[in-house]
Structure formats: C-alpha cells, structure tokens
Ligand binder design. Structure first.
Ligand SMILES: Nc1ncnc2c1ncn2[C@@H]1O[C@H](COP(=O)(O)OP(=O)(O)O)[C@@H](O)[C@H]1O
Ligand SMILES: [Mg+2]
Length: 204
C-alpha cells in the first residue's frame, strides 16, 4: 500500500466508552410494587475504551458476539448515543456526538430492523422523498440512482411496493437510499476529496 499521511484519516476514535444505566425488575405484581418504591439500578458497560483509526479508502468490519458493543459503537459514531467517555472525530473536524447537520449529511447508516423505506410504496417514491430532504438536484439524483440500482441488479424492483420484496431485495433498496443521498455509488467509498462519505451498516 502507498504511504498514507495524517490527512488520510477519516475517523479517529480515542478511548470511546459507553456505560448504559438501566433497571432490573422482578416479574409479577410483587416485583412491580417493589420496583415502584425502590428501583434496582444496573450499570451496563457496553463499550470500553475503544481506540481505532480508519483511513480513506478502507473498508472496515466490526465483528463480535452478541452484546459485544457493535451497535452501540455505530450509534456513537452516528451521534445517536452520547459516549460516557472518549471522543470520535470524523473527517478531521466533526465530533460525532455533536450531531452537526453537515456531518449527518455526509454519512449513511442502514440498520437491519429500522427501515427507512415506506413498505406500502415502491422504493422509488421513498427515494424521491430522500431527494427532497437532502436537497439533491433532480438530474444528479437520477444519474446516481440509475448507477446504484444497476450496480446492485435491482433496477426492475424500484417500482414494486417494498412490502412485496424479499428481505435481501429490501436491504439492497435500503442501501440504495443512503447511497443515493450521500452519492457513494459513483465512487469507491471514502476515495473522494472534499466529498468523502462514511457508510455504516448494523443489525439493530
Ligand atoms: N439502551 C440500552 N440500555 C441498556 N443496555 C443496553 C442498551 N443498548 C444495549 N445495551 C446493552 O449493551 C451491551 C452492548 O449491546 P450492543 O451494542 O447492542 O451489542 P451488539 O450490537 O454487539 O450485539 C449489551 O449488553 C446490551 O444488553
Ligand atoms: Mg447489534
């Protein structure tokens, strides 16, 4: 690989940690009454001091058993969950926990159980809505979409109600939505200058 300088770093994570505070309750009426007067607080250390660096053009997989903290990590990197400690800086300037609008328009996240596409409408309609929300010009949008759909071999399915698609086909359409809004389909992920994008996928 060619030597990379510090400017190639698109994600810098240092000591990122998350401890959730949750509560435990015994089942049944007695448990409910007891919890009503005194809740048993439980601390769940979901992510402990994660430090990593991702460079332009790298494709990274986050692997681990159930409960290892993968989803929590993605949520912290997209600003959905505030870290208990540590920091993640994207594109050299965005603290991911601050959820700046500029940062959010530069990332895409697809979660297996959280659908962005309206199941009653063809994906093409949801793409139109995303186009309006992200303010993407019509011609650029259509070009991106044609390329993305062809890349995934799902051009014919964009006009079918999403509810009628198989799980795999639906996930391909979900991916198209963020590819279309962020424009990743036209390039190799992360290999653009000012227009770099980050895409993330999770299952929860
Ligand atoms: N909102 C929450 N409140 C309390 N505990 C949570 C919450 N979300 C996740 N956890 C706990 O944090 C740990 C990590 O969860 P998660 O990040 O979903 O793991 P993974 O995606 O690797 O399976 C698990 O023990 C899970 O039970
Ligand atoms: Mg998960």
């Amino acid at each position: 690989m060619p030597p990379q300088d510090a400017g190639d770093e698109i994600l810098s994570v240092v000591g990122l940690s998350k401890t959730y505070v949750t509560f435990r309750k015994s089942p049944g009426v007695i448990g409910t009454l007891r919890a009503f007067f005194r809740r048993e607080e439980v601390l769940v250390p979901a992510v402990r001091e994660l430090t990593m660096s991702i460079r332009r053009g790298e494709i990274v997989g986050l692997l681990g058993p159930n409960g290892a903290g993968k989803t929590t990590t993605l949520k912290m990197l997209t600003g959905l969950v505030r870290p208990s400690a540590g920091i993640a800086i994207a594109f050299g300037k965005f603290d991911t926990s601050r959820r700046s609008a500029e940062y959010l328009t530069r990332l895409g996240m697809v979660m297996g159980q959280r659908n962005q596409l309206n199941p009653d409408l063809p994906a093409a309609d949801s793409f139109k809505l995303a186009q309006a929300i992200y303010g993407i010009p019509e011609s650029r949008c259509q070009r991106r979409l044609d390329t993305c759909l062809a890349l995934f071999g799902v051009t014919d399915l964009a006009l079918t109600p999403v509810r009628k698609l198989s799980l795999g086909e639906r996930m391909k359409m979900e991916l198209q939505r963020w590819r279309k809004t962020t424009g990743v389909c036209r390039r190799k992920v992360g290999q653009t200058g000012r227009g770099s994008r980050v895409g993330m996928a999770g299952n929860k």
